[in-house]
Design a protein around this ligand. Structure first.
Ligand SMILES: Cc1cc2nc3c(=O)[nH]c(=O)nc-3n(C[C@H](O)[C@H](O)[C@H](O)COP(=O)(O)O)c2cc1C
Length: 303
């Protein structure tokens, strides 16, 4: 196995699930041994329970999918009582994704999770397109200053690694990436879904109850690769690539563009074995190409 090191957090392989597409792992453990994964990234949690958006919340199309789940979750206490004990049984890392209405919420949530032995790192979701953050419409990660301020508050409260999850929606995402790095983020997850909508000509209605949602799947891979490549050259902290990874080749392309690890998202809904297959496929490629350290491929794009 070729391991990867994310600012001190050692993963046995670079493949993890993407938040919100793998629940808390339980359903997928019926299909394969989660210990095969570098990490499980849990669905985003908030301090208190959230209802989520009006249905329908998902729509498929040829090149990907839209979702407007709206961060539905049962809150941090439920997570600690039920999801976390289950994941402790597996030899994998648990990364918990968090969201809130502002820096204080994020910091409080991170502090609670920092005290939990089964939590190995925190992913700070600054980029959910399905909720209105604070007083402004838009994503936290669209503003470098706000993103930096949130990461800085979270950093003050915890000792575990922090990964900032950003969107491609920004004038210059490298500014947000640098602000997060300066504020103490240990890594970046790039990218979240892209704000999007789909409509039905026959009914003349939007496909989602919330009208808008987040675009994911194959359609966003080229966008995600560019953001990873841009940020790889702008920051020193490790990057976790996410966006349209359907197979091992896609995952390896992200590493070539600078990712130290990857997240597998929408494909989990069509193939519950995808994380296992991608982890094994990446391993096979490393073996066949005599790669013993991920740095032999990471960022090695020939330009
Ligand atoms: C149904 C669904 C729910 C999602 N929920 C979350 C979430 O709770 N938190 C988050 O940070 N990202 C969430 N995402 C975004 C994914 O984690 C991932 O970043 C994105 O889908 C791009 O990867 P993909 O193209 O492989 O799906 C969600 C995506 C989908 C499709």
């Amino acid at each position: 196995m070729v391991e990867t090191n994310l600012a001190g957090l050692r993963l046995k392989n670079p493949v993890m699930s993407a938040s919100g597409t793998f629940g808390y792992g339980k359903e997928f453990a019926e299909f394969f041994d989660l210990s095969l994964m570098g990490a499980v990234v849990c669905k985003t949690i908030t301090l208190k329970q959230r209802e989520g958006n009006k249905p329908p919340r998902v729509a498929d199309f040829e090149y990907g999918m839209l979702n407007s789940i709206g961060l539905e979750n049962k809150g941090v206490e439920y997570f600690i009582q039920t999801a976390l004990p289950f994941l402790k049984d597996f030899d994998t890392k648990c990364i918990v994704s968090i969201a809130g209405g502002g820096a204080a919420d994020y910091a409080e949530l991170a502090k609670i999770l920092d005290g939990q032995s089964g939590v190995h790192a925190i992913e700070v979701n600054l980029s959910c397109p399905n909720v209105v953050h604070g007083t402004a419409k838009g994503l936290f990660s669209q503003c470098a200053q706000t993103s930096g301020a949130i990461i800085s508050e979270v950093r003050k409260n915890i000792s575990k690694p922090i990964f900032a999850k950003l969107s491609a929606m920004a004038n210059d995402i490298t500014q947000t990436a640098k602000a997060c790095e300066a504020a103490g983020a240990d890594g970046l997850t790039l990218i979240n879904t892209l704000p999007a909508m789909m409509v039905d000509l026959q009914t003349r209605k939007p496909m989602l109850g919330n009208i808008f949602g987040g675009l994911s799947g194959g359609a966003i891979k080229p966008v995600a690769l560019k953001i990873v490549w841009d940020c790889y050259r702008a920051v020193k902290i490790p990057i976790i690539g996410s966006g349209g990874i359907m197979n091992a080749t896609d995952a390896l392309e992200f590493v070539l563009c600078g990712a130290s690890a990857v997240q597998v998202g929408s494909v989990n809904f069509v193939n519950p074995m995808a994380c296992k297959e991608i982890a094994l496929g990446v391993e096979e490629y490393f073996k066949a190409n005599k790669i013993t350290d991920i740095s032999q491929l990471r960022g090695q794009l020939k330009i």
